[in-house]
Design a protein around this ligand. Structure first.
Ligand code: MG
Ligand code: ZN
Length: 219
């Protein structure tokens, strides 16, 4: 039982700092999303395409979380967005204090949309509030249509599901209808976008929705 107590204390401390992050985001009038997925679902590809499409309309800044390397931050930086890399050195999720420390390297007053790309992992990131307005879960069609049932906490705590790699559907045993039904069984309120970062399908809808969220925060 002491393990449970320690875990609870860790989460309480995390949540207190997450609340302070949320206050900073409100003061800067920016929209913050916490993007989560398994490794390889395409979080960074989605981010690249999003930055590209919102250029000139929405000022995007990025916090990149990775277990090792700054490869993803280099990719994002090449698209022209301010980015700060958090290397967790084996840690399998981001925590609010890590994000708070990273914010010091970004100009929040010059940011409309803050994207926090979490470490690739569908388990513990579900439990850690970072101060975001919403969690966005990215799921690729290659992962199968039963994933929402296997990782329910993540889908319950997310507000948005982006199904990526829909261009591969003809070659996969993934039933997109079943995938979305499974996701809605866990969380009926989940907003779903179907995209391909390879063909560009669905990305305009996704970016229009993001731009509308930003406009609502800034209004
Ligand atoms: Mg990444
Ligand atoms: Zn973890």
């Amino acid at each position: 039982m002491s393990v449970i107590t320690i875990e609870r204390k860790v989460l309480e401390k995390n949540d207190a700092i997450a609340a302070r992050n949320r206050q900073l985001f409100a003061e800067a009038r920016l929209f913050a999303v916490n993007v989560v997925s398994s490794p390889g679902a395409g979080k960074t590809s989605l981010l690249e395409q999003t930055i590209h499409r919102l250029k000139g309309r929405v000022r995007v800044s990025v916090v990149e979380g990775d277990v090792q390397t700054d490869l993803d931050a280099q990719r994002v930086a090449s698209y022209g967005a301010p980015v700060v890399q958090i290397v967790t050195n084996g840690g399998c999720h981001l925590e609010a204090p890590l994000v708070r420390d990273a914010l010091g390297s970004l100009d929040l007053a010059q940011t409309d949309l803050l994207v926090i790309e979490n470490v690739g992992n569908l388990v513990c990131p579900a439990n850690y509030d970072l101060g975001e307005a919403m969690k966005v879960v990215v799921l690729s069609t290659t992962e199968g249509d039963d994933k929402p049932l296997k990782y329910p906490a993540m889908f319950r705590n997310a507000s948005v599901l982006v199904v990526n790699k829909i261009d591969l559907l003809p070659y996969l045993p993934c039933d997109i209808g079943a995938l979305i039904r499974n996701a809605h069984q866990i969380n009926p309120a989940l907003r779903v976008f179907q995209v391909s970062c390879t063909t560009g399908a669905g990305l305009d809808d996704w970016c229009s929705w993001l731009a509308a969220q930003v406009a609502a925060v800034r209004a």
